[in-house]
Design a protein around this ligand. Structure first.
Ligand code: IPE
Ligand code: IPE
Ligand code: MG
Length: 244
């Protein structure tokens, strides 16, 4: 956890909920898939902007555990878009020294996607620039429940004592192990909720909600969100010079 209370410095980790693709398309009389396609272009802009601004970690929500409840045709389109993004963009991201991590449940995914995920992580593992964390088939409650199951098994097998289960230990059993908590969370499209995203990790994250739909997201949107973040006073439960 980042424990530097006081005026916020440039965020090290920005998490984004890329929302509003369907409404962007609807407003133009287009099918929802057109919004998702445009959303990939916005994602490329976001990754580039984050890298250039010196952000170390960018986590994006690309498909939630609950998104399986959408019509099958939309789910298939979204899964194909993920395949397409990985095939199309990973080589260039790798050249740009981007490390890619993909968090979320792998069981139940098509085998070719599981292979693509593993190859992508392996290929970019040693990169030292931006870490792009893709939350794909991700749900925070599922992630926390899995950590609880892992710890319960460790207790049952006598590998750890229940008293040793601290927030740090539990955190190290989450998919985000080794990644600092987000400093800033941005959600587009005017919705103001977490939708089962990074519930544990966002304990002290600053939230910025922007009205633009995700396909319209660009460097300027990112800069505005960061400017808003920089006005915030982070306390982490304590007092700062301003508040003492
Ligand atoms: C975000 O846009 C993309 C995903 C959730 C995969 P939506 O598809 O949620 O678009 P809206 O919210 O219906 O406009
Ligand atoms: C959250 O957006 C999931 C992603 C952006 C991938 P949703 O559009 O699925 O969230 P709700 O259903 O509006 O809360
Ligand atoms: Mg949505």
């Amino acid at each position: 956890m980042n424990n530097h209370a006081g005026s916020a410095a440039m965020p090290r980790h920005v998490a984004i909920i890329m929302d509003g693709n369907g409404r962007w398309a609807h407003a133009r009389g287009l099918p929802r898939s057109a919004g998702h396609r445009k959303g990939v272009e916005a994602l490329r802009r976001a990754v580039r902007a984050a890298g250039e601004m010196g952000i170390k970690y960018l986590t994006i929500f690309s498909f939630s555990s609950e998104n399986w409840s959408r019509p099958p045709a939309e789910v298939s389109f979204l899964l194909d878009l993920m395949r397409h993004f990985v095939r199309q963009d990973v080589a260039e991201l790798h050249r740009e020294n981007v490390r890619i991590r993909i968090i979320g449940e792998r069981s139940g995914l098509a085998p070719d996607i599981v292979t693509l995920i593993a190859e992508t992580e392996e290929r970019t593992r040693a990169n030292t620039g931006l870490t792009l964390v893709v939350a794909f088939n991700y749900g925070s409650r599922q992630e926390i429940a899995k950590a609880a199951r892992d710890l319960a098994l460790a207790v049952k097998e006598g590998r750890i004592a229940p008293e040793t289960i601290t927030p740090e230990l539990l955190g190290s059993h989450l998919a985000t192990e080794g990644i600092p908590d987000p400093d800033l969370l941005i959600r587009t499209s005017g919705e103001q909720r977490l939708s089962n995203y990074l519930l544990w990790q966002c304990a002290y994250t600053e939230f910025v909600f922007v009205d633009e739909y995700w396909p319209d997201f660009n460097r300027e949107t990112m800069q505005r969100a960061i400017a808003e973040y920089l006005t915030r006073e982070r306390r982490f439960g304590g007092l700062t010079a301003q508040s003492a």
